[in-house]
Design a protein around this ligand. Structure first.
Ligand code: HEM
Length: 423
């Protein structure tokens, strides 16, 4: 860990950069630049009156993510310093699950989740994604127009998770409304959190009574011996951590693909794998823009900043992209298509899955879901056309995500039962 004298208090004269402002959703890059101007660790605000150290440098991020002796994932000392109705509590409040645990407790929770996900065969997951795409195209395909965020990516994730959790499709709408409110971290965040909690509690009560071939049942029977309450919180986390970021990964990738006619033509002819588009998002517009929240166990000097205990230290995955590529990350520009089979020039560099003990444990599943969803959609609807240029698309407020409000498209009306289309 790089350390400096505690006297070098970088924030003495810096106003916190407000990551909760509408302007941040509109264009986050000036905010990231302002943070980076303060040094490897900047001073930001996640909500009015909720300050945080924000790490914007790769070296400092890696040091933070790997230094479990100095930094903890347990937010409880911080929680006592914030108002009960703070809009960020939905995303940051302690729960007995892998994200908020350290050491042996973390290993126990994480192993149970990894083992459970490992039992999902790729062909099974692929089939579930295809089924969900078919259901959704069945709903909006005949219309010839759709909002791909509201009618495709978000309900898609609700359908896939419902399926994996052994719930009927009818529960999907309830899920994506609740999670949307919670992730925005705004006035409706507490309501969203309560609705989401109710959804998960009902699910676990049903599975406790009667097991099925689904993820919660496998977690309940895992040799780690999790209690029903602990399983509830692993499922709560899995849905919270997986649903929104993956929906946003797919939306952000689709918006880039559709915003670039050259890109789209090579994609539909099969010349350019969808994986490239998804990789581009992970580099330039990562869906979980600011997270990886740690708390110093004691006051510590860290990369030029004096870090107080019980104050969140956030990794800005979005600002790290700016460090990797000061021009390419900015604004709406979309990279030119790569030649088939060529590696993306920055393939190895992004930290969008985080690093260290809490790095995303389900990367491969996520990539499969995202790429299959886009490939299947573009097979069903090969002439998708954006209604708005990419620079006129709007983004949902909130410090944590990079999330489109909507992605309106038009296309030749299709029905999944029509002959000659994907099946
Ligand atoms: C099926 C979809 C997904 C599921 C089920 C999922 C699940 C999880 C879980 C359970 C954790 C906590 C791991 C731990 O604390 O040990 C985690 C961490 C993480 N995930 Fe994922 N995830 C999904 C998709 C994504 C996507 C699309 C992204 C963004 C590209 C992402 C980025 C991350 C990051 C950055 C972390 C670390 C968070 C931190 O350090 O606080 N995940 N994920």
């Amino acid at each position: 860990m790089t350390t400096h004298s505690p006297d070098r208090h970088v924030f003495a004269r810096s106003a916190p950069v407000r990551l909760w402002e509408d302007g941040f959703a509109l264009d986050p890059y000036p905010y990231y630049e302002a943070l980076r101007a303060q040094g490897p660790v900047g001073w930001g605000e996640l909500a009015p009156g909720v300050p945080a150290y924000v790490v914007t440098c790769r070296r400092a991020a890696l040091d933070l993510l790997h230094d479990t002796d100095t930094f903890s994932h347990d937010p409880r000392p911080w929680e006592s310093t914030v108002a009960d109705d703070s809009p960020v509590l939905g995303m940051m409040r302690w729960r007995p699950n892998t994200l908020f645990a350290d050491g042996a407790a973390h290993a126990r929770y994480r192993t149970s989740l990894i083992d459970t996900f490992d039992r999902i065969e790729p062909h099974d997951l692929r089939a579930r994604v295809h089924r969900a795409v078919r259901v959704l195209v069945g709903r909006f395909g005949p219309e010839g127009r759709a909002d791909l965020v509201g009618e495709f990516t978000r309900p898609l994730m609700a359908l896939v998770f419902n399926d994996l959790f052994g719930l009927p499709d009818s529960h999907g709408d309830r899920l994506h409304v609740a999670l949307g409110k919670m992730m925005e971290g705004g006035a409706e965040a507490a309501e969203g959190e309560a609705e989401f909690g109710g959804y998960v509690l009902e699910l676990i009560a049903a599975k406790t009574e009667r097991r099925g071939e689904d993820l919660p049942s496998r977690l309940l029977d895992h040799p780690a011996g999790l209690t029903a309450e602990e399983v509830t919180w692993q499922v709560f986390l899995t849905l919270g951590a997986g649903y929104e970021p993956t929906a946003n990964l797919v939306s952000n990738a689709l918006s880039r693909i559709l915003g670039n006619p050259r890109y789209y033509s090579t994609l539909t002819s099969g010349a350019r794998p969808v994986t490239d588009a998804v990789t581009e998002v992970l580099h330039h517009e990562t869906p979980l823009a600011n997270y990886g929240i740690h708390y110093a166990r004691r006051p510590v000097s860290f990369h030029g900043a004096w870090i107080r205990a019980a104050v969140p230290v956030v990794v800005s995955y979005g600002a790290l992209a700016l460090q990797d590529d000061p021009q390419g990350s900015r604004g709406p520009a979309v990279a030119e298509p790569q030649a088939p089979g060529r590696r993306h020039p920055r393939d190895a560099s992004h930290l969008s899955w985080s690093a260290g003990p809490h790095a995303c444990p389900v990367r491969q599943h996520t990539l499969l879901i995202a790429t299959e969803a886009i490939e299947r959609l573009t097979q069903w609807l090969p002439d998708l056309e954006p209604v708005l240029p990419r620079e006129r698309l709007t983004w949902r407020p909130g410090p944590f995500h990079r999330s489109l409000t909507s992605l309106p498209v038009r296309f030749s009306p299709r029905s999944p039962d029509q002959p000659g289309v994907a099946s």
